[in-house]
Design a protein around this ligand. Structure first.
Ligand code: PEP
Length: 281
């Protein structure tokens, strides 16, 4: 992960025509969990209208409660990759929770004609699943989006990334997504975006922020922007170059994390907000 004694050297990498590094901002707006072909297609069409070529789509969901929706798994991969190809989406961030998911994704991508690419996401609950990290490091096809462990130290999360890098895959983006505290919080997690410059100082990895899982609610005060927007602003001002954010065409019926999903009508505003904040810093 390029630890280099406090002096940041060249960060990032290119993948499937998209640059991940310090000079660009990549907005990965999409579905936390794929629930229907219609949701996928509406989301991709909204992205294409805004000229956005990256998205997030959850197929394999690591839920805390085994009785809640677990994701549609391999069944929904053709919907995702065919729709991505149709709408010109270049990279889909997708969590995997088991090494066999990488093969399933590879197969589905081939069958869909390989027009899009995938960034393999390691979720916070698997931040120290070392066998998964090693498998992801051993494959070279896909870059990796690593989400910090919600209850471990930053150093432990950075070491987890070394498991990926030391197996041969250095294309890693480090994602901050909030941490758990014992204090209770008006938000779902304690927002940890002040750690963006720390990760940038200590490593060569591009840094992503996930305001949706950090904040956990899409509401806004009557006269203001959603808390999620403000968290994005914090992350970008701190130097993040990627944003992962949940959307849904109908958040009230989403099968996973509906309360934190923004509506498709908010995508343009989010894109403008992102450009303004980034342009100012
Ligand atoms: C997600 O991004 O879908 C997710 C489950 O996030 P996290 O691993 O950060 O909880």
């Amino acid at each position: 992960i390029g630890r280099h004694g406090g002096q940041r050297t060249t960060a990032g990498f290119d993948y499937n025509g998209v640059s991940f590094g310090d000079t660009t901002v990549n907005l990965f707006a999409g579905l936390c969990a794929v629930d229907s072909l219609e949701s996928v297609d509406s989301m991709m069409a909204a992205l294409a209208r805004c000229g956005i070529q990256t998205t997030r789509m959850g197929a394999y969901k690591p839920r805390t409660n085994p009785y809640e929706f677990q994701g549609l798994g391999a069944k929904c991969l053709p919907w995702v990759f065919e729709s991505a190809g149709k709408h010109g989406i270049k990279v889909v961030a997708m969590e995997v929770t088991h090494p066999r998911h990488i093969d399933e994704i590879n197969d589905a991508l081939k069958q869909s004609g390989n027009a899009t690419g995938v960034m393999l996401q390691v979720g916070t609950r698997n931040a120290q699943n070392f066998e998964l990290l090693k498998s992801i490091g051993q494959q070279r096809a896909f870059p990796v989006l690593f989400k910090r462990g919600m209850g471990i130290t930053l150093e432990e999360s950075l070491n987890a990334c070394e498991y990926v890098a030391s197996e041969g895959n250095p294309k890693i983006v480090f994602c901050l997504r909030g941490v758990k505290t014992h204090l209770g919080d008006p938000h779902r997690n304690m927002v940890d975006f002040a750690h963006v410059p720390v990760v940038r100082r200590l490593t060569r990895m591009p840094v992503c922020v996930d305001p949706s899982h950090a904040i956990g609610r899409a509401e806004a005060p009557p006269d203001g922007l959603p808390d999620i927007f403000h968290a994005i602003g914090q992350g970008l001002i701190a130097g993040a170059s990627m944003v992962l954010v949940d959307f849904h065409p109908h958040p009230e019926i989403a099968l996973c994390d509906g309360p934190q999903a923004l509506r498709l009508e908010q995508l343009g505003a989010l894109q403008r907000y992102t450009n303004i904040v980034r342009g100012a810093y």
